[in-house]
Design a protein around this ligand. Structure first.
Ligand SMILES: Cc1ncc(COP(=O)(O)O)c(C=O)c1O
Length: 469
């Protein structure tokens, strides 16, 4: 925040106006914007306001500066490196935005013969995703990963119901699972049974076996899992679950490192979702629009057809971005994304493992987890994350997964240059040194950002969304 922004917080001044609308469109009276629609400057049709809008009265430069300054107080993938584990904050090619803007005028209720291009996009992306994942078909209705999970679990439940197998009410979820997995199962009315991970971070097959039985609807897994580790026993797990009559649900939020390398369908999964807003080049992490298409194996295709979880075709703009991304890369280059993301993650992991605790030493996929500093000296993972902001890097995901107390989950993605990765490694080493020499500097970080350590829970639960009381 600039110095004068602190001095002049309230910009509104009575009577100041950024814009006045011409008399010709406002019932004969020229008028300032906050009066539009009031009796003073009525809109046609008798729908004018009884009282004027209480908008701030500001000049156009004030408005422009206000929003531009706000945008600069935020951190985005376009302003810097964003290694937020589990979120795949890759660079999103700007040409996608241009392509999407060409479809801006579409309305979901337009007659079919006027939207043939859009239908072709849906058909193409369905085919491309089916080829990439080994599923038969996708529905594009779900608008997020968690929404996809719920849709997929509803398909799983319906599959058992239609066969009269009504006793299957349990869903098995690994203890390393993303929080949305058990949450979606609960929303779907299923009971959650947790399967443990082994010390090497993978699902413990011996712990799984006694959990399987005629009451199991299926298992939800992500592969690579939330520790960034490939579940090597997946074939055996698939056989065991199928043998007991259950289905396998694949949480495809972690699909990025597997693009063109391994297919969930070939691993034995029956139902899955993809987070297009991660793997297929739409930014993730800021709560913006997403898309979580759900794909199914051939025998489940009849269960895809009903738009039960949302109307129309979901977030079409995100599907269009995925279409542009896949076409731009082409079959050959799609296969490069995963290995490059894996290489970047392993490069950072190996370069920092002398300064940070690495609980699982094996080769990771797209992300990995440190368990705090090797020699913390009282410095926590939160302190490290806050200090990174001072150096212009977004923090990794912290305190997730829950398997480690000081988890720092780092996912660099494939779109970062070697120089950026090296700069991040250098800063992490500087922070480790600072922790040894001056821990107070880290306890009180960040020092260079507009705000420091807000009450994050309070901000989420009781957000203040108005500038006035
Ligand atoms: C492994 C995993 N599963 C599911 C989700 C849920 O996706 P969404 O945030 O789009 O609902 C995420 C989100 O980060 C994730 O990382």
């Amino acid at each position: 925040m600039k110095y004068y922004d602190k001095l002049i917080f309230e910009l509104s001044r009575p009577g100041r106006c950024g814009y006045s609308l011409p008399a010709s469109i406002l019932g004969g009276k020229e008028c300032a914007c906050s009066n539009v629609g009031s009796k003073e400057a009525p809109v046609s049709g008798g729908v004018w306001r009884e009282t004027p809008l209480t908008l701030p009265e500001v000049s156009e430069p004030d408005v422009v500066r206000h929003y531009t300054n706000l945008s600069q107080m935020n951190f985005g993938v376009d302003t810097g490196f964003y290694p937020l584990g589990s979120c795949t904050m890759k660079y999103n090619p700007k040409i996608n935005e241009e392509i999407v803007s060409a479809f801006n005028g579409l309305h979901p209720l337009q007659p079919e013969n006027t939207v043939k291009g859009a239908l072709e996009v849906l058909d193409f992306v369905d085919g491309a995703l089916a080829e990439i994942t080994g599923m038969k078909h996708f529905t594009f209705l779900p608008c997020a990963g968690a929404h996809g999970e719920l849709t997929g679990l509803m398909i799983m439940r319906e599959y058992h119901m239609r066969r009269g197998d009504t006793a299957r009410t349990k869903v098995i979820v690994p203890d390393s699972a993303h929080g949305t997995n058990p949450a979606s199962a609960a929303v779907c009315g299923l009971d959650i049974v947790v399967v443990k991970s082994r010390p090497d971070g993978l699902v413990d097959v011996e712990d799984l076996k006694p959990l399987l039985g005629p009451d199991v609807a299926g298992i939800m897994m992500t592969n690579p899992n939330t520790l960034g580790l490939f579940e090597r026993d997946i074939k055996e797990i698939a056989e065991l679950v199928h043998e007991c009559g259950g289905l396998l649900y694949y949480d495809g939020a972690n699909m990025n490192p597997l693009l063109g390398v391994v297919r969930p369908g070939d691993m034995g999964f029956d139902i899955m979702h993809l987070n297009l807003h991660k793997t297929f080049s739409t930014p993730h992490g800021g709560g913006g629009p997403g898309s979580g298409p759900v794909g199914v194996a051939e025998r489940l295709v009849p269960l895809l057809d009903v738009p039960r979880t949302s109307g129309f075709h979901g977030n079409f703009g995100i599907i269009l971005r995925a279409c542009a991304y896949i076409l731009m890369l082409g079959r050959e280059n799609v296969k490069m994304a995963g290995p490059l993301a894996t290489l970047s993650a392993n490069y950072i992991k190996e370069s920092l493992k002398d300064c940070f605790k690495l609980p699982i030493q094996t080769v990771c996929k797209h992300e990995f987890v440190f368990d705090g500093l090797a020699e913390p000296n009282g410095v926590t993972t939160l302190d490290v994350a806050k200090r990174l902001l001072d150096y212009g890097f977004h923090a990794p995901t912290i305190y997730f997964p829950l398997l480690f107390h000081q988890a720092l989950m780092i996912e660099p993605t494939e779109t970062e240059s070697l120089e950026t990765l090296d700069a991040f490694i250098e800063v992490m080493r500087v922070i480790a040194r600072e922790a040894a020499e001056n821990p107070e500097l880290l306890h009180t970080a960040p020092h260079n950002t507009p705000i420091g350590r807000p009450d994050e829970t309070g901000a989420a639960r009781q957000p203040v969304l108005k500038y006035t009381k």
